[in-house]
Write a protein that binds this ligand. Structure first.
Ligand code: NAG
Ligand code: NAG
Ligand code: NAG
Length: 296
């Protein structure tokens, strides 16, 4: 009759099997099934090569560092409504993301700070009004801005290692526009990229100036016509979907696929303002997990 193995034998098997799993089987499975690792999981650092450079300059001229400065938010600050537009990529519409008072305040504090917006190819920055015609203003981190940083973090589930880029107000006069572009640059594997965008309308005393996504398709529900151009032969609705500028409302989308590559569907433009002024606000989030071997 076969006897049960001795306890000491079982223990010595484990001594062999555990390292085999940890150092051979598990890494092998991750190679074979990379889909099981996602930048939206806690294992995201496994996607980065060990020698990935730090793509972020974590200083407070670029990123809203948590500096412990106290701030207070209005009571109804999180009373916005969320409407799901697309799951893949994730696109959500946020109604009353900012109150009128918050939007007015940000428009007011930016007035004296505007300078012409630049375009960048990742290395150099320049003016090019055929691509982008607007003015932009870096916002000081006052109570309203900090409150908004906090709201943007909360919306994204207080995710660790997520950094909010310093916020810029964007002012578009008549004929102001921004040609189709991505907010991501494909630099995830080199150390960081913009994982998500909130495009907020601070001021919408204008005609034209819609935000167009040619590669997203019109949702079925007629209710969307409150937020999207649905009418007639409007040139602005010929391709994809176009959001109307509505003060206080925001569009949120994720820029990166789970493997860190950019979604082509996030290609978007600010259509020309035909009269009046539009003021927008971008809230961009960067995700940068600590590197293995250099966590200190
Ligand atoms: C802070 O980051 C910005 C943007 O990446 C960079 O241009 C600037 O030189 C950095 N400043 C310091 C003091 O490191
Ligand atoms: C913005 O400025 C205008 C004109 O100076 C003023 O009437 C209004 O009260 C200000 N609004 C806020 C929210 O600060
Ligand atoms: C927009 O209008 C303001 C106020 O008239 C002006 O100072 C600014 O230069 C204009 N910006 C652009 C890009 O036309």
């Amino acid at each position: 009759m076969a006897s049960l193995p001795k306890l000491s034998t079982v223990v010595s098997w484990l001594l062999y099997l555990v390292p085999i799993y940890l150092f051979i089987l598990d890494p092998l499975m991750r190679q074979i099934f990379p889909g099981s690792v996602s930048i939206y999981s806690d294992d995201a650092d496994d996607l980065l090569p060990d020698d990935a450079p730090s793509g972020l300059n974590l200083n407070d001229s670029f990123i809203c560092l948590e500096d412990g400065v106290p701030f207070s938010c209005p009571d109804a600050a999180d009373g916005y409504r969320v409407h799901l537009l697309s799951r893949e990529p994730l696109v959500m519409y946020l109604e009353n993301f900012l109150s009128d008072a918050e939007a007015d305040h940000l428009v007011n504090v930016s007035v004296d700070k505007y300078a012409p917006s630049i375009v960048t190819d990742g290395k150099t920055e320049r003016l090019d009004s055929s691509i982008r015609l607007s003015d932009r203003a870096l916002l000081d981190r006052d109570d309203t801005v900090r409150c908004l940083e906090d709201r943007a973090r909360a919306f994204q589930g207080w995710r660790p290692h997520l950094y909010i880029e310093r916020m810029w107000a964007q002012r578009y006069n008549a004929s102001g526009h921004y040609r189709h572009h991505y907010d991501w640059s494909g630099s995830w594997a080199r150390g960081g990229d913009r994982v998500s965008t909130f495009m907020v309308y601070l001021g919408a005393d204008c005609t034209g100036g819609g935000t167009n996504f040619p590669r997203l398709s019109m949702p079925r529900g007629k209710q969307w016509c409150r937020f999207l151009e649905c009418e007639g032969d409007d040139a602005e609705k010929k391709q994809g979907i176009t959001f109307k500028p509505i003060k206080g409302n925001a569009i949120f989308w994720e820029n990166l696929r789970p493997d860190g590559s950019g979604y082509p569907e996030t290609w978007h433009a600010a259509y020309p303002v035909t009269s009046g002024t539009k003021v927008g606000l971008n809230i961009w989030s960067w995700y940068q997990p600590p590197r293995r071997g250099r966590k200190a």
